[in-house]
Design a binder for this molecule. Structure first.
Ligand SMILES: Cc1cc2nc3c(=O)[nH]c(=O)nc-3n(C[C@H](O)[C@H](O)[C@H](O)COP(=O)(O)OP(=O)(O)OC[C@H]3O[C@@H](n4cnc5c(N)ncnc54)[C@H](O)[C@@H]3O)c2cc1C
Length: 330
């Protein structure tokens, strides 16, 4: 019988555990309570880098067991290696639920595992719960973000991917006497179709990091042109923040899609989000409404962005922003 929750403990290229793993771990605690306090386990791929640190973090985030696939050949992500080892583990321990972060890697791994196991996968969820029948109820935006759909899965494991930063990490440590189990596997039996030849970091993207920024100054179509975005850049610099954009601005080629916020962009939760010339369509607000404080500047007093804003300024961005920048430069 299927039992327990399994989480994909994704690490980055330097072996650093991704925050989304801890966000999933916290939600798994809530789900477990509704499933007779079932076990919460993880699968971790490693070449040994940062392993002790990761074990330490996982043991403070409520994991009962961590299954470790350790090999120098697992340093780089490989869909063939990672999915085969994951599928074999799932067949062995038969978890009821398997959760993965909706990262680039997670979005590749999850469908391969789901199709191999002939089970369902709800992608890009924003909320997870257990319904009255004990099934995983995975909620995600649908119909262009205008509706939220709660989806059930008939087969096991019930699988879902969840976007980073949508769920919250545990505020306090959940210390468990975690058992670490080394997995036995034979990579030579796995047919590998793709070989990583070289990793070239996109420096431009690495500098942006709006998903880590504490202050975001975001612009929409209302910023009109490059000069408008230069104003945002200036304000962001004075505040020590990053620039973000609506899809409207990206479509107008005012900003790169790597800094788009929203349903098809990034989910951000900064301390301060300043929305300039952004109308506040649901597909945008779904990616920023978790910000601590939202300040909106829009010349239309009925713009929907004011519904999610803590502070609303009705006015022209081209008048307000230069004044604000001058004042801050003081
Ligand atoms: C499937 C799907 C996915 C999507 N994903 C995303 C997403 O990830 N992110 C996203 O942002 N959108 C997304 N969208 C698009 C979304 O529906 C909106 O079209 C988009 O957010 C609008 O961008 P905007 O607010 O910049 O433009 P607009 O809606 O055109 O708003 C511009 C605003 O600027 C104001 N304005 C104009 N001039 C000034 C001025 N001088 N001073 C002050 N205010 C001014 C106007 O009053 C207006 O409110 C998606 C849509 C679909 C269907």
């Amino acid at each position: 019988m299927a039992k327990g929750i399994l989480i994909y403990a994704q690490t980055d290229r330097n072996g650093i555990l991704q925050n989304v793993v801890l966000e999933l771990a916290k939600t798994a605690q809530d789900l477990s309570q509704k499933l007779d306090n079932c076990e919460i386990n993880a699968i971790l791929f490693t070449d040994g880098t940062n392993l002790e640190e990761n074990k330490n973090i996982l043991s403070k985030n409520g994991f009962n067991k961590v299954y470790i696939a350790n090999s120098l050949k697992l340093k780089q992500y490989s869909t063939e290696y990672y999915s085969k080892i994951t599928v074999d583990l799932i067949k062995n321990i038969t978890p009821e639920i398997f959760l993965i972060g909706a990262t680039t890697q997670g979005r590749e791994l999850a469908p391969v595992v789901a199709t191999t196991l002939n089970t369902g996968l709800t992608a890009d969820c924003t909320k997870l719960d257990i319904n009255e029948k004990g099934q995983l109820a995975s909620t995600r935006p649908t119909f262009g973000g205008n509706l939220m759909a709660t989806i059930l899965c008939k087969n096991y494991p019930q699988m879902a991917t969840v976007r980073p930063k949508v769920l919250k990490k545990a505020e306090n440590e959940i210390i468990k006497n975690t058992e670490f189990i080394e997995l036995d596997f034979d990579l030579s039996t796995i047919e590998k179709h793709v070989e990583l030849v070289e990793f070239i970091e996109n420096k431009q993207l690495a500098d942006v990091r709006i998903d880590e920024a504490e202050i975001i100054v975001a612009g929409g179509k209302g910023m009109k042109n490059q000069q408008g975005f230069e104003l945002l850049q200036e304000l962001a610099q004075v505040l020590g923040g990053s620039v973000g954009a609506s899809r409207g601005a990206v479509d107008m080629k005012l900003a790169d899609s790597s800094i788009q916020v929203g349903q098809t962009g990034k989910t951000v939760v900064p301390k301060i989000y300043i929305a300039c010339g952004i109308s506040g369509a649901i597909q945008h607000t779904v990616g920023m409404s978790g910000s601590d404080k939202i300040i909106a500047i829009n010349k239309d007093k009925n713009a929907p962005i004011f519904k999610v804003a803590d502070v609303g300024i009705v006015g022209d961005v081209f008048e307000i922003l230069p004044k604000l920048i001058n004042k801050l430069k003081g």
